[in-house]
Design a protein around this ligand. Structure first.
Ligand SMILES: [Zn+2]
Length: 578
């Protein structure tokens, strides 16, 4: 049975270092290649030889990355296929743990090499600082702590994932309950929301227990690496060379001063459209005019064709890329039995082509997802010429500029899917979503800054800090009667538990995307040319330069946010709400 939707895809560059044929799922065949790189290292005599060595290492890393992606894709496309599952698990359990120390060893060797200093600075500075950091932060005494941290993260996921409620005689997961918040019957929404929120609240103690242990471990890991607090450690660990905790605090302030007024206006409008005195927590997802959901397409082929037309309208190169993806069957978009949930874009790193996975069912959300994932795919296609494997990927702060920009840019042509009134409704919903997420990002980020700069805090102090942030960023929502739920709301935010400090990236990227979009309103061709030029850089330059190439400022204070909030407000004013 053919498990992958695409056929044979040859390596983008013919293999020079790797054997033409070998089994990438067999550690016995992989290990000698690492041995060989370590042996060759001893004989590197010139800068050119060191560069060649880096490319050989890149070739190996890309082939292994692609193997892992192929197995992941096969499994998510066929969750009911035992063979696909086995193949994926084999890689995760047998290959990955062997790989990690060997890759780390090569990083160490690179950092120790005397010729490293001779490499052209402009070309290698990003790779060099990332690799050096990776090596420097490693502490053997933290390995066991990190394993413990991973186990606790898994406990959090298990606990969250296991929660169900009885709703109208049926057992439902919390994820399944989300759709009831879009129902026009207000009491039904309330019932669904309460069930979910109270179910989570029942586990509050367990969430707190897990979190206390996580904080303790993280503080120890930071100490081992010589940092006085985990915040400063996390900023290094996440490779944040180009912004500081103070920049993040300025972002929080800017969101409060510039975005919250827009959010409050939107909330006031929603209140009047819904005809309610106050907005309750279950009133935010429903269409405020009680209209049925938008129906952008029936069959998934229609979605693909219409998305193609949007790219045709936008830019010839991007359109060409998406057409190639169709030709090579690098899309698996329809929802069907036996597919994993959700959507993602993955890159086959040796063939250097992107793949998009989705579960489209005919909702506006699917249109947003295909535009978003296509943005990531365009990024992957743009870096095909880059031979240094680490440079074919950019930092998340910029990867999401590629994808979020595409949502905003593509929205201009939503008439490919809808009548003009429906297209405007979709645009409005999208822009409102963009505004509404900023205060939540600021809340989650500011909360983590507080947590890791207040060592030894009590649960009560933590709760008070959270509530203070909710007061600041929560907007005009009426929580009366649900105070405990509000005080524990952060328990549902997975990042706080399992990806500490990782969340503001989305806010930073959204600011970039809004700038690309604002530029396109002045000159669409120029904005798209900048966008493509920046994508092409992959991860080869620091963030401020990637943003600059895309025609954006890498800056997240009021100076940047104020004009963007204004543009969004003007755009919303232009879109009729009925
Ligand atoms: Zn994304």
């Amino acid at each position: 049975m053919e498990l992958l939707p695409f056929g044979v895809l040859p390596p983008y560059r013919p293999r020079k270092f790797l054997p033409q044929q070998f089994d990438l799922g067999d550690w016995k065949q992989i290990a000698p290649l690492f041995d060989q790189l370590e042996t060759c290292y001893q004989e590197l005599k010139s800068q050119a030889e060191l560069e060649r060595w880096l490319l050989d290492w890149s070739e190996l890393s890309a082939a292994l990355d692609e193997e892992s992606s192929r197995r992941y894709i096969a499994m998510t496309c066929h969750t009911d296929n035992a063979e696909a599952e086995q193949a994926y698990l084999h890689f995760v359990e047998k290959i990955d743990p062997e790989l990690k120390p060997r890759q780390f060893k090569l990083s160490q060797l690179y950092v120790a090499h005397p010729l490293r200093e001779k490499l052209p600075k402009e070309r290698y500075e990003v790779f060099d600082r990332d690799t050096k950091l990776h090596v420097e932060l490693f502490r053997p005494e933290s390995v066991a702590l990190e394993t413990e941290e991973a186990k606790l993260s898994q406990q959090y996921q298990k606990l969250s994932g296991s929660l169900t409620v009885q709703f109208r005689g049926e057992e439902k997961t919390l994820v399944q309950m989300a759709r009831y918040l879009e129902e026009t019957d207000r009491s039904l929404r309330q019932e669904a929301w309460e069930l979910v929120a109270k179910r989570r609240l029942q586990e509050a103690e367990k969430f707190e227990d897990i979190f206390d242990k996580l904080v303790q471990l993280r503080e120890q890991i930071a100490k081992n690496a010589g940092f006085s607090n985990y915040r400063d450690y996390a900023f290094r660990k996440l490779g944040r060379f180009d912004y500081t905790p103070e920049d993040c605090i300025r972002f929080h302030e800017a969101v409060e001063k510039e975005i919250l007024p827009v959010v409050r206006e939107l909330q006031a409008k929603r209140r009047s459209q819904l005809g309610v005195d106050t907005l309750r927590p279950w009133d935010s997802a429903v269409d405020p005019l009680n209209r049925p959901p938008l129906r952008p397409f029936g069959k998934v082929e229609q979605m693909t064709d219409r998305a193609q037309k949007i790219f045709d309208n936008l830019d010839r190169d991007l359109a060409e890329g998406f057409r190639r993806m169709q030709d090579l069957r690098l899309l698996d978009l329809a929802n069907r039995k036996g597919k994993a949930p959700g959507g993602y874009q993955s890159t086959l790193a040796e063939a250097r082509v992107p793949f998009i996975f989705m579960n489209a069912v005919g909702l506006q959300r699917d249109v947003e997802t295909i535009l978003h994932e296509a943005g990531h795919a365009f990024h992957a296609l743009a870096t095909r010429e880059e031979d240094l494997y680490p440079y074919r990927g950019a930092p998340i702060e910029f990867c999401e500029v590629a994808s979020m920009s595409m949502e905003l840019l593509g929205n201009k042509y939503l008439e490919e899917f809808y009548s003009t009134p429906d297209a405007n409704r979709a645009r409005r919903t999208h822009l409102e979503g963009v505004m509404n997420i900023f205060p939540w990002i600021a809340t989650v980020d500011a909360f983590q800054h507080w947590i890791y700069t207040h060592p030894g805090h009590t649960r009560e102090q933590r709760k008070a800090a959270w509530l203070e942030l909710m007061d600041c960023f929560g907007g005009d929502v009426d929580w009366r009667g649900y105070e405990e739920i509000r005080a524990n709301l952060w328990h549902r935010q997975l990042h706080i538990f399992i990806h500490a400090f990782y969340y503001i990236e989305y806010g930073i990227a959204q600011l970039g995307a809004l700038q690309v979009w604002a530029n396109s309103k002045r000159d669409q061709t120029a904005a798209l040319n900048d966008y493509k030029r920046a994508l092409k850089l992959g991860g080869s330059r620091p963030l401020p330069e990637l943003f600059q190439s895309a025609g954006c400022q890498f800056e997240f204070s009021r100076k940047t946010i104020e004009p963007l909030a204004k543009t969004v407000r003007e755009e919303l004013a232009k879109l009729p709400s009925s």
